[in-house]
Design a protein around this ligand. Structure first.
Ligand code: ATP
Length: 375
């Protein structure tokens, strides 16, 4: 269990050679929370984690635990556990010796080391492998050792940097469940860095989406999935169709107004689509329209359709178990939809989406204000 109530990052920043790798990160994390930092390569996720760990000094800002500054403490005095993408195990030490190492360094008594190591190894289900060397284990087993080695120290905070990225797809899924189970059973506070939206959505209580060293949006998986604040966040939340467009007209005011937009380069003369404005928009504005593949219905070209309908030609149909992923070419643009029944490749279809599932965002990301920061 974490022995603090809240961890606060206030304007935390880190510069490298005049460039902000991290610019003014504000975030409050409550004890027991699982927070994922999500964003593409280079957005500053690892820099944020290394600043928290004490491996990188801050250029500005402060980090506090229950109001006490900790950013001036060396890494070993922060008492955080760390699990990295490279497992960084000692190759010449057995699993149990790897797990015991940190406790030995802390001068913990022999009997207690034995008890805690046994418990940690049982937690990650490696009892059968306790005497083996890391080289005799699979990647997933090695990553479990790395996790056991971090949690055995009963850290107040666990920092994980892409811990699953070296594992194959099936193992990644298994380990994901494992990490969530450990988090729940131990009540750990965890900060987890990933560029994988599915991983972030399934693991975290709250997500922090980052871009170029800044926070774009903070929220629960549900909030970000249902109400992304920008097309950038939408892109991370599985809105695979992100299309540049121009606003033709807006009815109603502010966020939630209905916007009619024209998609260039689609069919002759442009296709019009009606969606929900996210942010203030006016006629003539450049926007990006975001639609999830799940929200597009594929209807026959001559069938009845309510709302907006984009005409196109079926280019690719992929079998995905219960449904089919359908790619539809419309002018220069490829759109992605899902369908229970497979349409014929080369056939003429129309794509429709309910107005409330078509999100219309301002093109510029600079105006986006992170929605929430307090825990
Ligand atoms: P990835 O997922 O690829 O690890 P990331 O989101 O974790 O990416 P960071 O590693 O935090 O990104 O890097 C953020 C920015 O800071 C990048 O532009 C990177 O090139 C730069 N950067 C990071 N570390 C250093 C360093 N030691 N010296 C100079 N620039 C650095």
């Amino acid at each position: 269990m974490s022995d603090f109530e809240s961890l606060e990052l206030r304007g935390v920043g880190r510069r490298f050679g005049g460039v902000d790798a991290l610019a003014g990160l504000d975030l409050t994390i409550k004890a027991g929370e699982f927070v994922a930092l999500l964003g593409p390569s280079g957005c500053g996720k690892s820099t944020a984690l290394n600043c928290l760990a004490g491996l990188l000094p801050l250029t500005h800002g402060e980090i506090l635990i229950d109001g006490r500054r900790i950013d001036t403490l060396p890494p070993e005095r922060r008492g955080f556990g760390m699990v990295f993408q490279s497992y960084a195990l000692f190759p010449h030490l057995s699993v149990e010796k790897n797990v015991a190492f940190g406790l030995q360094m802390q001068g913990v008594a022999r009997a207690e080391i034995d008890r805690r190591v046994r418990q940690a190894i049982a937690l990650v289900k490696l009892e059968q492998h306790a005497k083996k060397l890391p080289g005799q284990l699979s990647g997933g087993q090695q990553q479990r050792v790395a996790i056991a080695r971090a949690v055995v120290l009963e850290p107040s905070l666990v920092l994980m940097d892409e811990p699953l990225s070296n594992l194959d797809a099936k193992l990644r899924l298994d380990m994901r469940t494992e990490i969530r189970r450990l988090h729940q059973s131990l009540g750990l506070t965890t900060i987890y860095v990933t560029h994988d939206q599915e991983e972030a959505l399934s693991l975290a209580d709250r997500l922090v989406v980052m871009r170029e060293g800044r926070v774009q949006q903070v929220g629960t998986p549900d909030e970000l999935y249902e109400s992304p604040a920008s097309w950038y966040v939408a892109d991370f939340m599985g809105y695979r169709n992100i299309l540049p467009a121009t606003v033709v007209s807006v009815s109603g005011g502010g966020s939630g107004a209905e916007a009619v937009v024209e998609l260039p380069g689609t069919a002759d003369g442009g296709v019009r689509l009606t969606g929900r404005a996210v942010g203030a928009l006016g006629a003539g504005d450049q926007v990006r329209v975001a639609v999830r593949p799940d929200d597009f219905s594929v209807v026959p070209a001559d069938g009845a359709a309510t709302g907006a309908a984009i005409p196109g030609t079926v280019a690719v149909v992929e079998y995905h178990g219960r449904e089919h992923a359908v790619s539809v070419q419309t002018g220069d643009v490829m759109l992605h939809a899902r369908s229970a029944t497979p349409p014929e490749v080369g056939g003429a279809v129309r794509l429709t989406a309910p107005v409330e599932r078509v999100l219309v965002f301002p093109e510029s990301l600079d105006a986006v204000v992170p929605l929430e920061v307090a825990a």
